[in-house]
Design a protein around this ligand. Structure first.
Ligand SMILES: [Zn+2]
Length: 119
């Protein structure tokens, strides 16, 4: 089963299984403030997500990279759109963007990590 890069990117953004691209990696949330809960394995291909103890430690680096990218992007957009922002306002904008995307980054970084190192 050959998957092209566009389908792979869509599968990652939809947080689907790195092997089959069909099963959801995370359980549905019961309420808005619930933290993401990862399923033990894929419901379609039975791929076990947590390969070994500490497998997802490397996903922290992916999450860090995503947060830095979003922070830099927010900074650049803010200084391009508004020319008289104070350093404090700029900092608050960058921190809000990073904190706002943190849960999404947490989930996405694990899926990216599983796609980089599936075995
Ligand atoms: Zn699967």
């Amino acid at each position: 089963m050959e998957v092209n890069s566009k389908e792979k990117l869509i599968s990652i953004l939809n947080q689907k299984c790195p092997i089959c691209g069909k099963g959801h990696v995370y359980r549905k949330r019961n309420h808005f403030f619930q933290l993401p809960v990862m399923k033990a394995s894929c419901e379609v291909c039975h791929y076990h997500y947590d390969r070994e103890p500490g497998y997802f430690l490397g996903a922290m680096y992916v999450s860090y990279g995503l947060a830095v990218f979003q922070g830099v992007l927010a900074f650049l957009i803010a200084i391009l759109l508004f020319d008289d922002l104070s350093p404090l306002t700029l900092s608050l904008i960058v921190v809000s963007v990073i904190v706002g995307f943190s849960l999404w980054n947490y989930k996405l970084s694990r899926v990216i990590w599983m796609n980089i190192f599936p075995n």
